[in-house]
Design a protein around this ligand. Structure first.
Ligand code: ADP
Ligand code: ZN
Length: 215
């Protein structure tokens, strides 16, 4: 049974690790970013609201996020655990998650903080690409798809997210430092956070996670 939260600055590789973690532990991957992008793609009311904020690199308001995650955690497939990726992102969201879990008498198994310096992350993000269809992550330098612009996994179109452009990336770092970084201390006080260097290579990061989370 694993209830995990992935924390870390933009570009730290949360999405990449998330895909491996959910395969290893057979738990659902709950990415609020993916949920919003799906809603944008489908043109829902939520998607339209979220897009305004996302395109600028701002956070979507807490009120739009918290209920969404609560509902998702109610689903049957979360009974045996889950991986939260990109949530919580504010202290308020973390408090709401704690409230929800304590109502259910549950705990977080671990909060996994993947950290790295901003200069490294900036490079990574500017080169980042993603499959429009299945969400598989790529990088023009470090991890290009075998055929340019085409997903190895599903053949979908590989593109640059609107929020991965230079200006937006800068803003996302500011937002992270101001609103999300305080969560590191929040979970430090709770005593269940672990810190993993995000620059040691994808496989090594993953191996560290498995070592810490266990079987
Ligand atoms: P990252 O690549 O930084 O991990 P995500 O894909 O998780 O980005 O999220 C992309 C955008 O979606 C964020 O910049 C933000 O606008 C919005 N978003 C995602 N999760 C949340 C959340 N928990 N609270 C508020 N906004 C969120
Ligand atoms: Zn794909």
């Amino acid at each position: 049974m694993c209830r995990l939260v992935l924390l870390g600055p933009p570009g730290a590789g949360k999405g990449t690790q998330a895909v491996k973690i959910v395969e290893e532990y057979q738990i659902p991957h709950i990415s609020t970013g993916d949920i919003f992008r799906m809603n944008i793609k489908e043109g829902t009311a939520l998607g339209k609201k979220a897009k305004e904020f996302m395109d600028k690199g701002e956070l979507v308001p807490d009120s739009l996020v918290v209920d969404l995650v609560r509902d998702r955690l109610e689903a049957e497939d979360c009974k045996n655990g889950f991986l939260l990726d990109g949530f919580p992102r504010t202290v308020y969201q973390a408090e709401e998650l704690d409230k929800y879990l304590s109502e259910k008498n549950l705990n977080l198994t671990k909060v996994i903080d993947i950290y790295a310096g901003e200069d490294v992350l900036f490079e990574r993000m500017i080169g980042r690409r993603v499959c429009k269809n299945c969400g598989a992550p790529y990088h023009i330098k470090n991890m290009p798809p075998k055929k340019e612009g085409i997903c190895d996994r599903c053949g979908g179109e590989v593109y640059q997210r609107a929020d991965d452009t230079e200006e937006t990336v800068k803003n996302r770092f500011e937002v992270y430092n101001k609103q999300t970084k305080p969560l590191v201390e929040y979970y430090e006080n709770a005593g269940n956070i672990v810190h993993i260097d995000g620059t040691i290579g994808l496989e090594n990061v993953f191996a560290s996670i498995v070592r810490i989370v266990g079987a």
